[in-house]
Design a protein around this ligand. Sequence first.
Ligand code: ZN
Length: 202
Amino acid sequence: MDFITCPWCGQRNPADALECRACGGPLPVPGSDPGPEPPPPPRQLPKGYKTRVLWKNAPINAIGLVFFTIGAVFACLFPVIGLASGLVPLLCIGGGLGGLFVVLGGGMLYSGIRTGLGKIRPYEIGRAALGEITEIYRDTSVDVNGRNPWAVRYQFEAEGQVYEGRATTWKYAPKLHQSGDRVHVLYLPDDPEQNALYPPLG
Ligand SMILES: [Zn+2]
């Protein structure tokens, strides 16, 4: 039996299912049929999707949070120990190192969360348009243990102009789509460069 992995939460579903049995999210319809239209905004995202985008699929955010927390503890603790014990180098080195980690971790966390929210926002409040797949290729600019993800390019018209979008996936994209397939696209009306396929590729 064929399965389809839910792009919202990762649950495996029978290939002919329309909705995920775990999170209720709409599943992609392989082929040229774009599937049911997205509901009007604001949309409630399927359970688990935000967590997936912001944390599970972005380990850098978790690392940033750990750096930030350890740094904050160092930055607070070492000056106190240094003052209490009169060990000034301990105060300076520990406190300074802590401060560095706070800045480093905070920066990672900030840019990671921003990128994640950029992915999520079109789903929550984006306007819907009908688009078309223009290209499917292996993204050789990304290499993880000798593997490349698939990239899917699409075009859509928004506010009287043609825009292009791109989505990547570790799934075997040619099984999901081909050039010329019609797809639903969600975009931010005041910045259509921020857009996403609906449902996501996963
Ligand atoms: Zn799901």
